[in-house]
Design a protein around this ligand. Sequence first.
Ligand code: ADP
Ligand code: MG
Length: 295
Amino acid sequence: ATPVAILVGTGRGAQRGILITGPEAIESAGRIDTVVLDKTGTVTSGRMTVHDVVLGRGADRDEVLRIAAALESGSEHPIARAIVAAADDGAELPAVTGFRNHAGHGVTGTVDGRDAFAGGLKLAAARGARVPDDLAAVARDAVSTVVIVGWAAAAGMSPTARAAILVGDTVRDDSREAITGLRDLGLDVVLLTGDGEGVARAVADEVGIQTVIAGVSPEGKVDEIRRLQESGRRVAMVGDGVNDAAALATADLGIAMGGGTDAAMHASDITLVRDSLTAAGDAVRLSRRVLAIIR
Ligand code: ADP
Ligand code: MG
């Protein structure tokens, strides 16, 4: 039978907007020593806006935004929403065939019979795209998230990068406080993101995280969790995205942000209904109390 303390703990959690799937989740939450945080939508709000469009030679801003938005309208990613909103001037977007979402990398499809993509430098390389030096430099050095947009000059040709769209969101108001709270519980905190090193460092500095792992794919996130586990750590992962689902399932404890995707919630042991990182610390504190009572 489930000890009463666990039932009470689960009930207390629910009252505070912490949905705990079962006794094992409380066990895990009470024992973790390391918390890995996704960046976008977890430490930051995930409500992104377009800050700037850096055009390559001969590119037209409206055309860049329209093609990017056409591709991104097939994605639910916060980056995609920002680009679709920025292009929304009432005009119809070009049709996309063969749409593909590459989780943690970007989106691809065929527009007007030509290969097109919107995503990071890795996606551009994977599409065999030529990226002019000025745009590559923007992508490397930016402290905001960069989406390279490119398309082929004609059907059957490889795409060329045409512009870099700079998007960003802001750190959640209570993230710094929440992370201080996690550290006060004796937990090591790691920032793990698919975004670039520059953006990741800037966010980490703002919230007081020292350990940053940037530029990792969704599979890379799983590898990083495993690596920490193999070094003897008991790891909680907090995330919101489709790109976090596998890592959330791999971690000893998966914690989903309530404002995130269904995929993240399904893969997790705990959901933070309040959509605030401070609830992660509350979940650990509550679970430790429950375990102390049982023992
Ligand atoms: P995070 O780990 O911070 O939540 P993601 O793994 O979702 O970030 O994305 C990592 C990177 O992949 C983004 O910074 C972006 O460069 C690229 N990316 C992901 N999805 C998209 C998309 N829909 N459009 C363009 N780029 C994308
Ligand atoms: Mg995310």
